[in-house]
Design a protein around this ligand. Structure first.
Ligand SMILES: Cc1ncc(COP(=O)(O)O)c(C=O)c1O
Length: 393
């Protein structure tokens, strides 16, 4: 079953969480599930690697605080995310500020806070050098190398992207940083998201580590850290391939990269696989109706809260999310239903043609496995409706 990692709330838990939150729609994130995910993901990483959490998947301060003792560092993409990571008690040296194009103000915030930045072009290297000089600080630069994203299966073709520098630009970036107050402390090679195949993930990590080793040798560099991405999927729809956790745990040796006085620290950087399984969205049924041969269940959560389930992103071959009714009266008498939101948009369909028991207005539905790319990935301004609630339990 694709969704087997997701936390399934009991009916009583769901009922009480709705009361605790003061109503729906509300995302609820389970601390216990975050702990389980952190254990599972660490065991599937490069052995001994530092595990970083990427706030882009879910920057809720309670989630970040819950993850702080479970991971070794954070990947942030904005000054707001940076402050959330710092507020969770994370030392600045365990935070990495990534993103392909940083502004002067973002560079200054990160360097003033003592946080390492990824360098994604020679021009950005010059910007960081200038900012560090103006601030009178020594900054830490982690050079992101452009890394094509592998195909999802071993035979599929890789796809290009705009992130990081091609190898031809490495010499120029090293040159700019050498004459500046920015120390080149590491390499970053994020190579994509949503992979389930252990062979593909392992091959991408090995390629990244080999590449780092060659660059260290060629330029006489010793790195503090080498980030080899994460890439592990969050199976949340019924047709998603399950992650090959056994295959990932069983992998053998990985190459070492020279660092200061020993091998460089390898970083594995994950978002969805850490938080996805821990989150559920609770919604209340506002109406039910039949139009033609379709049964519609209309709820108070929409694509403005859960864009990943909207027809813009899911559906059409992607499969459907796991959704169930709390306290169903006839749980075994199932019939197809379209679960739709309250928005005036045809795209506001959260689950299409899924089997549900009979529901009544006021019933609670639970979508599970949806803890990643939720509220902050959704068009929350659309129709100027209220924001969705979020609690950690
Ligand atoms: C640089 C970087 N790190 C981490 C992540 C998190 O990826 P995921 O949520 O798939 O684990 C992303 C996703 O886009 C990314 O671009």
């Amino acid at each position: 079953m694709a969704n087997n990692e997701a936390t399934e709330l009991t009916d009583d838990e769901a009922r009480l969480l709705v009361h605790r939150a003061g109503g729906t729609p509300v995302y609820v994130y389970s601390r216990e599930a975050l702990r389980a995910a952190a254990r599972r993901v660490r065991a599937a990483s490069v052995p001994g690697a530092a595990v970083y959490y990427s706030l882009k998947a879910n920057p809720h301060p309670g989630v970040v605080a819950a993850l702080a003792p479970l991971v070794d560092g954070f990947d942030v993409c904005s000054t707001a995310e940076m402050e959330t990571a710092l507020n969770a008690g994370t030392p600045p040296r365990d935070i990495l500020f990534t993103g392909p194009a940083k502004s002067w103000a973002e560079a200054a915030s990160a360097l003033a806070a003592g946080i390492a930045v990824t360098v994604e072009s020679p021009a950005q290297a010059r910007l960081f050098a200038e900012v560090a000089g103006r601030l009178g600080v020594t900054g830490r630069a982690v050079v992101r190398l452009n890394t094509p994203y592998p195909g999802r299966t071993p035979d599929a073709a890789p796809s290009p992207n705009q992130f990081g520098i091609p190898d031809e630009d490495f010499a120029e970036v090293v040159e700019v940083l050498r004459g500046s107050p920015m120390a080149l402390t590491g390499l970053h090679m994020f190579w994509g998201s949503q992979y389930s195949d252990a062979g593909v993930i392992r091959a991408a990590r090995i390629t990244a580590l080999e590449r780092a080793r060659k660059l260290a040798e060629r330029y006489g560099l010793a790195f503090e850290l080498v980030s080899v991405g994460g890439g592990i999927a969050m199976p949340w729809c019924d047709r998603d391939a399950p992650v090959d956790w056994d295959g990932l745990r069983a992998v053998g040796e990985y190459p070492e990269v020279p660092g200061e006085g020993g091998p460089a620290t390898v970083v594995c950087e994950y978002g969805r696989s850490l938080v996805g399984p821990a989150g559920s969205l609770l919604a209340t049924v506002l109406d039910t109706k039949t139009v033609g041969d379709r049964r519609y269940v209309l709820v108070d959560a929409g694509m403005n809260h859960m864009m990943i389930a909207s027809r813009l992103v899911a559906g059409a071959g992607r499969g459907e999310p796991s959704v169930r009714v709390v306290g169903a009266r006839n749980p075994d008498e199932l019939s197809p239903a379209y679960v739709t939101g309250p928005l005036c948009s045809q795209l506001d369909v959260l689950a299409e043609n899924v089997l549900l028991p009979a529901v009544e207005v006021g019933d609670t539905l639970v979508f599970s496995g949806v803890g990643a790319y939720g509220p902050t990935f959704s068009p929350s301004g659309f129709l100027s409706r209220d924001k969705v609630g979020e609690i950690v339990h």
